[in-house]
Design a protein around this ligand. Structure first.
Ligand code: COA
Ligand code: MG
Length: 293
């Protein structure tokens, strides 16, 4: 398992029944992979996908790679079988789709405790990615994000959301703005990560970069992707700019010197720096350090 704290800029989906694709996904350079048992797998393929996912988790995987399994929703009737057949000690967490209310988080949480006991891994170790992708889910996002310490991140699923909310799905994504902001705020209020949904047109790098930059502006720190070619552009967008890092360093240094001298306010580059500015700068430095690979 890859130990938290995790900095996950890219989380690559891979269909659970495609053994060779899982092997490629593990080597593609993503920070995390999500082995899918839900919508990327046709109903007839689900039993084979569970077996293939279990075998992949038992096989060689890079140590640093964070591995999630996307199970079917709590309403699907497939969740227990997914967990029973596909769970292995190497998995780091479970991605729960169609998370509509905190009851969905509770339902998975209880099952994860039983799964941990069965696998012989420490209780509480399995993390959760809550996929918020319905109108109901967006409205309940604050409660979903806070429901359990297992919830590591909230993922905003734009594709299902627009279908569910009766919205068009455009390349620019203006129709997403309110919901995407709501999920990011809910994540930050709960102190968890905000992870953006996929950009489906995997040959459109320019569109992907614009979409990822918008997510970053809204507070997202990572993005789910569907194709290896999407990983590098996403990493570039989430990397702090060198001048941003240099400025953050100046701010943190000046603030620490100010505090040591008994002042909570200093001036850097002609602008006031107080605690919230220094905290923001510290976050930039932490990210730069953890993504300097
Ligand atoms: N994980 C690992 N490898 C992948 C991959 C993924 N998600 N997507 C593509 N590849 C591999 C292909 O297998 C191919 O490998 P090869 O050159 O050794 O044959 C290579 O990358 C290039 O793929 P390409 O031909 O450009 O795309 P494709 O037509 O084979 O696949 C998709 C396109 C969209 C079908 C495929 O990317 C995919 O299935 N993505 C995941 C979709 C998913 O999980 N959806 C559910 C969650 S939203
Ligand atoms: Mg979905």
């Amino acid at each position: 398992m890859a130990d938290p704290p995790w900095v996950l800029r890219s989380l690559l989906f891979v269909p659970g029944h495609r053994r060779e694709m899982i092997a490629k996904a593990a080597q593609a350079g993503a920070d995390a992979i999500i082995l899918d048992l839900e919508d990327g797998v046709a109903p007839a393929e689900k039993p084979a996908a569970r077996r293939t996912v279990a075998a992949a988790l038992d096989g060689p995987l890079p140590d640093h790679l964070v591995v999630f399994v996307r199970v079917n929703s709590t309403a699907s009737g497939l969740l227990d079988e997914d967990l029973r057949e596909a769970s292995r000690p190497r998995m780091d967490g479970v991605c729960l789709p169609k998370c509509d209310t905190s009851a969905d988080v509770q339902a998975l949480s209880a099952r994860l405790l039983a799964t941990e006991d069965r696998l012989g891994v420490p209780r509480g170790r399995l993390r959760m990615l809550a996929l918020v992708e319905t109108a109901l889910g967006v409205l309940h996002a604050p409660a979903i994000a806070r429901e359990s310490p297992r919830v590591w991140g909230a993922v905003f699923g734009a594709e299902d959301f627009t279908a569910d909310a009766g919205l068009p799905r455009t390349r620019e994504g203006r129709e997403l703005a309110a919901a995407r902001t709501a999920v990011s705020l809910a994540a930050h209020a709960a102190g968890i990560e905000a992870i953006d949904g996929i950009f489906a047109d995997f040959r459109d790098e320019e569109g992907l970069v614009a979409d990822t930059a918008e997510a970053r502006r809204l507070g997202y720190t990572g993005k789910t992707v569907i194709h290896p070619a999407q990983i590098a552009p996403v990493h570039r967008v989430f990397a702090p700019e060198p001048d941003e890092v240099a400025k953050a360093r100046r701010i943190v240094d000046a603030f620490e010197q100010g505090e040591a001298a008994g002042s909570g306010i200093v001036v850097v580059d002609g602008a006031m720096v107080d605690r919230p500015v220094a905290v923001r700068a510290q976050r930039v430095l932490a990210r730069a350090e953890r993504t300097a690979t």
